[in-house]
Design a protein. Structure first.
Length: 113
């Protein structure tokens, strides 16, 4: 709320002040678009443009946060893939050691039967 008030007071452009006044009114006293537009003195079309631009800005911020999270997940995925590769190598070495023992055990069993 404080951000909206600051932007409302700091804008030099008439139309940007109107835009932030639309957002401010929507937050303080939610009403229909027609009532807020009438009170501020803009058309319903200008009201919708003001709101959609604000939503676009919020979506852009969320997209940036999601991109950061995606990068972190990609790093974690790379680390997991590296660990999986190491485990696969260990499994292959273990299988190679055990298979010769299993073959020898199988030969011994068949020889005594």
């Amino acid at each position: 709320m404080e951000d909206v008030e600051h932007k409302l007071k700091s804008q030099e452009s008439y139309w940007l002040r109107k835009k932030w006044l639309i957002v401010y009114n929507g937050l303080v006293d939610p009403r229909t678009a027609a009532l807020i537009a009438k009170q501020i003195g803009v058309s319903c079309y200008a009201f919708k443009l003001g709101i959609s631009n604000e939503q676009d800005a919020q979506c852009s911020e969320q997209d940036a946060q999601c991109s950061e999270q995606d990068a972190q997940c990609s790093e974690q995925d790379a680390q997991c893939s590296k660990q999986d590769a190491q485990c696969s190598e260990q499994d292959a070495r273990t299988t190679a050691r055990i298979s010769s023992l299993l073959t020898l055990r199988f030969k011994c069993r068949t020889a005594y039967q």
